[in-house]
Write a protein that binds this ligand. Structure first.
Ligand SMILES: C[S@@+](CC[C@H](N)C(=O)[O-])C[C@H]1O[C@@H](n2cnc3c(N)ncnc32)[C@H](O)[C@@H]1O
Length: 211
């Protein structure tokens, strides 16, 4: 295949990676390595997805979701921009790790039954996110499912970072207008990042099916 890229533990929400600071990113990967998979992915896999097929885990970090997908019977391609993430995948069966930038990815067409993007799309440039979502849709097989998160425009967290991709509900709905929205949950509340830093969470949990 050619690719030319908590809800668990004590912390309620996993994101908050300092994507511009490799050391903070590595710390985030260490902190979250033993976290359970996102409940969004677990729920979707249980209710919607066939077993024993192909999955793509974008912005996989230290691989909690990749492992879960592999344990659920998928053959997994896991992609992250961080080279140090590779170390978490050396002993994972059924998971191939690729270091790549999602913004530059060329994905195979109609190749995956699930594309997971947990807490990673907000770290892309906002202008490229609609294109990335179109590519994800094209990479899904018919009835394949996208599972992932976008941050809302009232999110305030990591580094008060103006480079995060933040969207309104209307914008997000438009991105997925050609897919069948299986789940769209808007979460807004005070919370913390993986390292305990306070954050105002505003995010969307999304599961959308290729029709
Ligand atoms: C908040 S972490 C989420 C990690 C993992 N999905 C999880 O839920 O534990 C965001 C991840 O996206 C990765 N990332 C950020 N920008 C990226 C890009 N342009 N291409 C690939 N990965 C990227 C980061 O390295 C980081 O591992």
């Amino acid at each position: 295949m050619l690719i030319s890229c908590s809800e668990g533990g004590v912390v309620e929400d996993p994101a908050g990676v300092a994507h511009v600071h490799p050391q903070r990113l590595a710390r985030y990967h260490r902190l979250t390595a033993a976290w359970p998979p996102t409940s969004l992915l677990q729920d979707t896999v249980k209710s919607r997805l066939p077993f024993g097929r192909r999955a793509l885990d974008l912005g996989c970090g230290s691989g909690r979701d990749s492992q879960f997908l592999a344990r659920s019977g998928f053959s997994v391609t896991a992609i992250d921009i961080a080279s140090e993430a590779a170390a978490y995948f050396t002993k994972m069966d059924s998971v191939e790790f690729l270091q790549a930038d999602i913004e530059q990815l060329s994905l195979p067409t109609a190749a995956y039954d699930v594309v997971n993007a947990a807490f990673c799309l907000p770290f892309l440039r906002a202008a490229v996110v609609p294109r990335v979502i179109r590519h994800i849709k094209a990479a899904l097989r018919p009835r394949g499912v996208f599972v992932g998160h976008l941050f809302g425009d009232r999110y305030v967290g990591i580094g008060r970072n103006s480079s995060l991709a933040l969207f309104t509900r209307a914008e997000l709905t438009a991105f997925f207008s050609t897919m069948n929205m299986l789940r769209l949950v808007e979460v807004e509340r005070e919370g913390v990042l993986a390292d305990g830093t306070a954050a105002h969470w505003h995010r969307f949990d999304i599961a959308a099916q290729h029709v």
